[in-house]
Every structure is written in C-alpha cells, then in structure tokens.
Design a binder for this molecule. Sequence first.
Ligand code: BGC
Length: 436
Amino acid sequence: MGSTTLTMFNVSLETLQTVADNFHTALMAGLCKEGQMIRALPSFVCELPSGREEGDFLVVDLGGTNLRVGCAQLKGNGQFGLDMKRWALVDEMKNKAGCELFDLIADCVKSYLKDSPHQTMGEALKGRPISLGFTFSYPVKQDDIDHGILIQWNKALVCNDVIGLDVVALLQDALNKTDLANVKVSALLNDTVGTLAAHAYVDVDTKISVLLGTGTNAAFIAPLSLVKKLAAHPTIQSHKEMIINTEWGAFGDGNGDLLPLLPLDKKIDSETVNPGAQILEKLLGGMYLGEIARLALELQFGDGQMLGKPFDLETADLSKIEIDDGHGGVALKEKLGWRDFDDTALQQAKDICRSVVKRSAQLCAAMLVGIYRLLGKPRTRTVVAFDGSLYEKYPRYSEYLEETIAALEPGHTMEFQLRKDGSIIGAAVIVAARKS
Ligand code: BGC
C-alpha cells in the first residue's frame, strides 16, 4: 500500500496524449452541437479590445469563494487600475434562495458605491446612468452579451431555484429594488472570457485563457467557421471570431474512463454537492486538491483511522507542507491531528502533496494542448493568460505545466503569462469595447 500511495498520482505521457486527443474531439463536438459533454459556450464577445479603451467601469465578479465589486479604470495603452471590495462567500450565502443571493449582490454594489473614492461611482449613487459588467463564474447559455440562462451551479453554490433563469435579469431586478435602476447590467461574461479580454487589452497575441482557482476552466478565440452550431445565428454574421467558454471542468462527466480516476477521486465526487458533474474540475481545482491529499495521507498513514475531517486540509496547506519552512508539520498537526510523524513520514507527506498538485498541472497541460491542436497548432506567438490562485501562488505549478506541454507538443508557440484579476478587469474591457 505504502509505495502505491506515493506513485498512484503519476500519469504517463501516453495517458496525457490520450487526454489531449480526446478533449480535442470532445471540444469539436461541443462547437458543432448543443447538449454535448463539453458545452463550448458562445460568449457573444466577437471583438477583442484594441488596448485604447478608456474610462471608469463598475464591475461585479461572482466567483466560487468571493464576491467582488469594484471600479476598473482603463487608461488606454493597455494600462489600467483597479479598486475593489471583496466579500467572502460564507456557507450561509452559498445556500440562499436565488433572489436573496442577487439582493445581497445589489446591497454589496450599493455599499461599494458609497465608499468608492471615484467620482464616477459617487455620481452613479446619485442616479447618473452607468453600465455594469457582470463576471459570473458558472456555465450560462447566452444568445447575446447581456443575457444568460444559468445551466448549473458548480463548486459549492447550490441556489437551485436560479437554474434555468436569466442571471442578468435577476441582478437587474435586485438593483432596481435597491434604488439603483440607473445601473444597467450591460455585459455578462464568464471569468475565463474576462481573463482573455483583459490580457488581450495588454497583449494582442492573447488567444487562450485558463482559470485555476477554486474551480477550473478555459476559453479561447475560435474562428466562427469552427463554431458550426452558430451557423444560422442572425446577429453574428458580420464577425469572423468569437470567444468560446469551453467549460472544460465537465470533461469526464458521464464517461469517467476519459480520465485516470483513482478510487479516492470517485469517493470525493460522490460526496460533493454535484456528484457526477465537473469530473475534471475535481482533479484540478483548488477546492479539491487538499481533500485528495488528505485521503491519500490517510491511506498511507491513517492505519484504518480517519486523519482530520473532509475538506479540512486546503490547497494552501499543501504548499505549506511542501515548502516546509517549519509550517508544514504544523499544518499536519493542526488540520489532521497527526502528531507522531518523523522526518521520513514528513518527507513522504511532502511527496504525496507534490504528486497531487503535479497531476493537476499535468492534466491541465494536456487539456491546453487539446485547444492548441484544435486551433491547428498555430506557428505564430500564442499567448495563454492565466488567472487564479493555484497558478499564481502554488510553488512550481507553472513549471510542471510548462514542462508537460513541452513534452506533449514539442516546438509549440504558446507563451504563458499571469493575468491577475483578469476576470474583473475583463468585465470593464468588454463593457468599454461595446461602447466604443
Ligand atoms: C465553472 C466555470 C468557471 C470555473 C473557474 C467552474 O466551476 O463552471 O464557469 O469558469 O469554475 O472559476
């Protein structure tokens, strides 16, 4: 059992190639037809920013862990500033009835406007018309930029009465009730779409974006000739391309054989609020890595007993254990109640944490290669923008990812860059590009 626990997260290059190829095929299917495992959702963002857009924009970002409201100041020349307030999504909010959740968001918008140092925001509070960009990190079916029907909640949100409803209308109604009818929700976008647009604002070669935070997902700019399911759509005929939100977290849903799933992955899936859904996300996303490692540590050291409680160990703890600047052992003691480890056990615990995170990076690399292949392996510079704390903060995550991509697709032209706060800046960029 011991050495198996240490090696069970290893994934061969051959398996990763198969993941890349199968994802490529699944993505193609999603672009051609509705109702596929990979939804490949059209964003109706057909034009990328020029980098010259300017102005102050009000933005709301509903993620998996936080709600953020802010003012993004686009200064032209690819320059911007950001000022925002953040509210942690505590469990009580995650289970709210739909309209209560949106009422709460509207209250947060009001609270932000009251405290904002920006003149434009102060004027909005007094009734001056203003557009709002709404970043919403869940799958929605859009038929235009300012309209989107929620398909399902992921991560930990379970406000089920919102599924099937237009989240723009819900937020607009809530704003109207809060005396903010002058605030008009004028663009709805996924966080991946925002990250792509935000990075394109600073680097025109940006073609792909990846989110690696609580959950995971990617978007890319697709030639409309590939998006066959939109062939008859009336409003986009004059455009050549569109940002597509892949919703790659759903890879493996209904067909777990597409991924190298371990028994502990299946156990975690069965205990989540969305069993059977977001199978890839549950191998990659920051919300799950701590629990995967906890179960592996339990297998290795638990002697048939539980080590800690489900989801007690967080991804941030894994990096503490791995870096072990004295805090690694503390995380094991405090989070898992594991007191009697020696140096050898601590070293093995570090190896387990590293291999859980490395598997996440390697699978992410394979998925990215799937998109690159779908785009016809471009020979020109292809910038991939990343947002999310797993990519930004986890030691060596980007290194594992890049070395795997190089092994899977030697000679590729992708360049990997961090776009911090991309999801929220992107909302401003998209609203600005609509106005100009
Ligand atoms: C959602 C995506 C989102 C991703 C990253 C997933 O759970 O389905 O829409 O982009 O998380 O936030």
